[in-house]
Design a protein around this ligand. Sequence first.
Ligand code: HEC
Ligand code: HEC
Ligand code: HEC
Ligand code: HEC
Ligand code: HEC
Ligand code: HEC
Ligand code: HEC
Ligand code: HEC
Ligand code: HEC
Ligand code: HEC
Ligand code: HEC
Length: 454
Amino acid sequence: MNLFSFVPARFLHSSPAGRGPDEFRRGNASRMLEPGQLSAGIELPRRGRRLNRGTLNCARPAAGWKMLAAGIFVLLVLSLPCALYAANNADCLACHADKTLQNAAGKSVAVDGDTFHASVHSGLSCTDCHSSVKGFPHPDHPAAVQCTTCHADQTKGLEGSVHAAASPGGCLSCHGSPHAIFPKDDARSAVYPLNIPRTCGTCHGSERLAKKYGLQNVYSVYMDSIHGYAVSKEGLLVAANCMSCHGSHHILSHKNPKSPTYKANIPATCGTCHGGVNDEYLGGVHGKAVASGNMKAPVCTDCHTAHAILQPTLATFRMQSTPICGSCHQGRFATYGDTFHSQLGLLGGYVQTARCWDCHGAHEILPASDPRSPVAPGNLIKTCGKCHADANASFVQYQPHANPRNRRLNPALYYIRLFMNLLLWSVLGFFALHTLLWFIRSKREQDRNGHAGR
Ligand code: HEC
Ligand code: HEC
Ligand code: HEC
Ligand code: HEC
Ligand code: HEC
Ligand code: HEC
Ligand code: HEC
Ligand code: HEC
Ligand code: HEC
Ligand code: HEC
Ligand code: HEC
């Protein structure tokens, strides 16, 4: 039983302007606008049928009733100062709870009252949001709801973001059905951490949208990554979802220096969770270079990618990591390519062989001249010893980047290579000449025998 049911409906609902009095005169008694009664006694609109608005409005009460009603009304006015003129949720739901209710265009205008009353807005009255609905009958298309009235911060955040113009659904494109909004830490919320990828994915998993805006289709790639796996398969709340790296309302393009995904800001963004790795990275040459503005040096995503992050222990990552370092260190990549380690890795697909970071480290990479570097002369036995248990001082004389083409740096190798090349070519040359002479001789013999035979 709700309070308003004691009040004659006409006090609850002001008649909208522009309607003739006859339209609002129907029936013969002053009816209490009680939800049950409304739906029981009054013909509800059916699918595709327009509402006969008169049915909702009550007839003028008889004189005696008038006095009593006015008395109750005044009492209620005194106890409930302003809520009185707002319609009760049950009143709206009397019609809108009907699952078949449609508007003239055939679109459902049904509202699930149970869901709404479980939602975060359950404390609101329908008309707090639909503030242009002042009574019954209400206009066919009440003014659009302005979330900003109550959520100015989020609305402001959205302004100037990548989605300000692009997402036509406004707030609802991410928050879902307007009557089923839940607190962000409720598993039913569209922006609950584990649901965010799917929510963003409704658009960012679409080929059509990707093409239209020239963006990558990141959703499926993300879902296959370590973070996507952790979120979707392990339900790990602390793993990175889209929002962890992009923010929620004020999302900016990665070309914008204020964006958390702008190159210079990426270490800090990943570092909010990977604090230890970030500290190591900042202590190494790459981190120092980026911090001092040298954007040629790599940040986390240059080596790990942004959305396709793999577990570094996976063979796939081990195999692709060397060319990544090599994309910037082309000279070192080439010399590494000549070594046993690389040949094994590239030709044989051998995963356990030494990759760049097995010797240099991955994050706190230091120049070889720094005594803390794993490739500093004093640390080589330990570094090579990770895989070569018998590594000793003479073993580590082996040069992982030996460049036999450089006579100044590697004179011995240079001459060995020169000698080997000379040997190779002279052997090849000798056999080529040998074959040629052999061929001429056999041709001649053939000709001679042929003449003799005829
Ligand atoms: C007597 C039944 C009835 C009651 C009571 C009623 N409505 Fe409606 N409402 C309708 C019908 C029917 C439509 C579809 C109008 C049309 O034909 O387009 C509608 C449409 C709407 C729409 C617009 C949908 C659109 O397509 O734009 C909103 C919003 C709405 N109602 C909100 C409310 C609110 C809020 C209340 C309570 C204050 C309320 N209604 C009470 C019957 C009702
Ligand atoms: C938090 C604000 C909010 C509250 C509270 C709210 N609505 Fe809505 N409602 C919306 C928004 C937003 C829309 C989408 C259309 C628009 O922007 O006007 C909508 C749409 C509607 C529609 C059109 C059909 C649809 O689903 O798109 C109806 C009917 C409706 N609301 C009825 C109600 C009723 C009845 C209540 C109370 C039980 C209610 N609303 C409470 C925000 C709200
Ligand atoms: C691009 C998707 C997106 C859009 C568009 C969007 N939101 Fe959000 N919203 C989110 C995410 C994600 C969260 C969760 C934030 C968190 O967990 O910290 C959120 C959280 C919220 C919260 C909870 C408080 C907070 O800030 O954490 C409110 C309130 C909110 N949004 C209102 C709105 C309103 C109002 C609009 C429209 C002006 C809107 N949102 C548009 C994604 C969006
Ligand atoms: C009449 C004021 C009002 C309007 C209009 C309104 N809200 Fe709310 N909203 C609230 C209140 C009050 C809460 C509950 C805050 C709380 O419990 O901490 C809330 C909570 C929320 C939350 C959950 C916040 C959280 O902590 O996770 C979201 C999301 C949200 N609103 C989105 C919207 C969206 C989207 C719209 C527009 C469709 C909207 N609101 C319109 C008053 C409003
Ligand atoms: C671990 C951090 C991280 C996560 C998680 C993440 N992103 Fe990104 N995203 C980035 C970075 C960094 C960029 C900048 C471009 C780059 O490095 O590829 C980016 C770029 C983008 C772009 C622009 C791509 C382009 O073609 O220019 C979109 C769209 C995007 N992300 C959407 C998403 C969505 C949707 C999700 C969730 C499914 C998500 N991101 C999850 C870090 C992340
Ligand atoms: C309603 C569809 C829609 C939803 C939902 C949506 N986006 Fe977008 N998003 C877009 C469109 C469209 C663009 C392109 C805007 C432009 O370039 O003008 C965009 C752009 C972006 C960009 C900028 C790409 C760049 O660097 O230029 C990022 C990042 C992004 N979205 C992340 C997200 C995240 C994170 C979420 C979820 C919290 C999300 N989006 C939800 C439609 C959507
Ligand atoms: C919101 C916190 C968060 C953010 C931000 C984040 N990550 Fe993660 N990341 C995690 C968690 C949690 C795991 C562990 C997942 C698991 O083991 O299932 C993880 C796993 C990883 C792994 C695999 C580690 C391993 O040992 O298998 C890599 C690599 C990684 N993240 C890189 C990044 C990069 C690069 C960024 C920034 C672009 C980033 N992460 C941003 C939380 C985060
Ligand atoms: C120069 C390339 C490069 C950069 C830059 C880089 N990483 Fe890595 N990262 C790697 C490699 C290679 C591994 C594998 C190391 C291993 O398994 O020993 C790795 C491993 C990881 C791991 C797994 C745990 C571990 O320590 O082995 C995480 C998490 C991670 N990186 C996060 C990050 C974050 C966060 C950043 C930015 C602050 C970053 N990485 C910058 C190449 C890089
Ligand atoms: C995006 C390009 C890029 C990638 C990828 C990259 N580096 Fe670098 N690296 C640089 C730049 C630029 C410097 C010079 C930094 C400075 O000192 O200003 C550097 C410096 C170094 C140094 C110190 C050399 C010196 O002369 O001081 C070593 C060692 C190194 N990188 C190893 C690696 C390894 C190992 C990887 C892969 C795990 C890698 N780099 C990936 C760009 C890159
Ligand atoms: C087997 C161990 C090992 C592997 C694998 C390896 N390096 Fe090295 N790297 C070294 C050693 C030892 C030095 C120092 C001696 C020298 O300069 O040749 C060095 C030197 C360097 C330097 C110069 C450092 C400085 O301070 O001058 C760079 C840059 C470098 N390596 C990059 C790479 C890259 C890129 C890869 C992978 C393509 C790689 N390294 C693979 C052991 C290795
Ligand atoms: C990540 C493991 C790993 C690291 C670190 C590593 N190697 Fe290797 N190395 C291998 C593997 C695997 C082979 C091929 C199998 C074999 O013959 O032992 C190999 C082969 C070699 C060979 C040729 C075959 C042999 O055993 O004589 C030499 C020489 C060599 N490594 C030197 C070095 C030196 C010097 C270092 C340190 C600067 C080093 N390696 C660091 C894994 C590694």
